[in-house]
Design a protein. Structure first.
Length: 94
């Protein structure tokens, strides 16, 4: 398993967890520029080990949006990552 596959697997689990919950606003902070920028639509999803999970995550974001969720994705700086040691992903549900 690559780091990108692991990052996508984590974000998919978060999206699956949130799907049946009450509507709200979710901010996802990730430390993978690739994952965040691909899910934001800034970068294309290319061929690779991560492609299938990347497409699954995109589908889940679309499903959350159709359910009324607002999902913001944010890549974190190295300073923020150092301050939040051992946490590559955090979710705030408002």
């Amino acid at each position: 398993m690559s780091n990108n596959v692991a990052e996508y697997a984590a974000i998919i689990r978060v999206f699956e967890y949130m799907t049946p919950r009450s509507l709200g606003h979710m901010t996802v902070h990730g430390d993978s520029n690739l994952v965040i920028n691909q899910l934001n639509g800034k970068w294309r999803i290319r061929e690779g080990l991560y492609r299938s999970v990347a497409l699954e995550a995109q589908d889940l974001i679309a499903r959350l949006g159709s359910l009324g969720w607002q999902v913001d994705l944010s890549a974190q700086t190295a300073h923020y990552r150092r301050a939040r040691k051992n946490k590559s992903l955090s979710v705030n549900n408002y």
